[in-house]
Write a protein that binds this ligand. Structure first.
Ligand code: AMP
Ligand code: MG
Length: 332
């Protein structure tokens, strides 16, 4: 079982140090307990997916101390600022365009150009964020497929040894995930209902549409009309490649010693912009942290396609393969 420690000055400092150091910690918020990691550190974020045993990558919510900090990571127009003034800190997550200089790891937003961001009101969570000095990506602190944890005990039972440390502060006040409000487009849309309702938002936004279909089953989304779009490269993706064809770029995993270019020569002869290695050591955490960035790097009209080496379908490899399969099936 993980260590469950009651929140006090020392344990808050310990949790903040774990987060700042690239480790995970379960943290109390007013909505549900969150499984936190430094959102700027790709390997730390990858550990979230590994610990939850999530079979796919869905975008996570980043938690920051205040609106000023939020504006370092997302573009906030007047509408967003007005909503933030009215509802932050509190159980409302905003989907906004990600800033080009956000420094956020691509895994946090699953490669999307938008970012989910929230200023929590929980005093302990606020203290951890401030001490850690980084935005904290945190989905609910439970294993994939289980209900969101609202008590430290529940988080411990669900995540077990996968998480080292639980900062305990009793039951969550709201006990329900935050409302997710998409403000990245012209029309404001609620993607997930929560404590802040369409009624609450009406004085500021008029009538707000609620569209949960896309959100609830993010992994099933295929049609382009649905709200939560997935990033997919514009050029074709070829999986389980054992060699590289003329004009292809290579997304490697592990050693490329036995990978050849079909027309002759070794892949080490490929130009830099046509060869990326998710992890030369075959480390799945490192591979997950690099996945979206490297797919984007190779997604260029200069290449005919992206050939991807086989990735073992164990642990985080399941989520990596899920994403690669999606990318491979997407129409070019
Ligand atoms: P969780 O962190 O598990 O409470 O879930 C966060 C939810 O926010 C996910 O289910 C996502 O569907 C939603 N979400 C996060 N980022 C985005 C985004 N960029 N666009 C749309 N929805 C998002
Ligand atoms: Mg959850």
């Amino acid at each position: 079982m993980p260590r469950i420690v009651a929140a006090n000055q020392d344990s808050i400092t310990e949790a903040a140090a774990l987060i700042a150091g690239g480790e995970l910690a379960v943290l109390p918020t007013e909505t549900v307990y969150g499984l936190g990691a430094n959102a700027l550190d790709g390997k730390a974020v990858a550990k979230i997916f590994a610990a939850k045993n999530r079979p796919s990558f869905n975008p996570l919510i980043s938690h920051v101390a205040d609106t000023h900090d939020a504006a370092k990571y997302v573009l906030m127009d007047d509408r967003a600022r007005q909503i933030a003034d009215a509802f932050w800190p509190g159980p409302l997550t905003l989907i906004l365009p990600k800033r080009a200089d956000s420094g956020m790891n691509d895994l946090v937003s699953a490669g999307l150009p938008t970012l989910a961001i929230r200023v929590p009101s929980h005093k302990i969570m606020q203290a951890v964020i401030k001490q850690a000095g980084v935005p904290i990506a945190a989905p609910s602190a439970n294993a994939s497929g289980e209900p969101s944890a609202t008590t430290p005990k529940h988080a411990a039972e669900s995540l077990g040894e996968n998480v080292p440390f639980i900062l305990a502060a009793g039951m969550c006040d709201v006990g329900l995930e935050s409302t997710v409000l998409d403000l990245s487009g012209e029309d404001a849309v609620i993607l997930r209902p929560g404590a802040i309702t369409a009624e609450d938002l009406k004085p500021y936004l008029g009538t707000v549409k609620i569209d949960t279909g896309a959100h609830e089953k993010a992994e099933d989304i295929k049609s382009p009309g649905q709200l939560l779009k997935h990033y997919a490269p514009a050029i074709p993706v070829r999986l389980n490649a054992v060699d590289v064809e003329e004009g292809e770029a290579l997304l490697a995993f592990g050693s490329t010693k036995f990978m050849a270019i079909k027309s002759g020569g070794n892949v080490s002869n490929l130009p830099d912009d046509a060869l990326k290695n998710l992890s030369e050591d075959g480390d799945l955490i490192e591979a997950a942290a690099n996945l979206f960035m490297m797919l984007r790097d190779l997604d260029s009209p200069n290449h005919k396609a992206i050939a991807v080496m086989n990735i073992p379908n164990i642990g985080l490899g399941v989520a990596i393969n899920d994403r690669l399969h999606r990318a491979a099936n997407a129409p070019p």
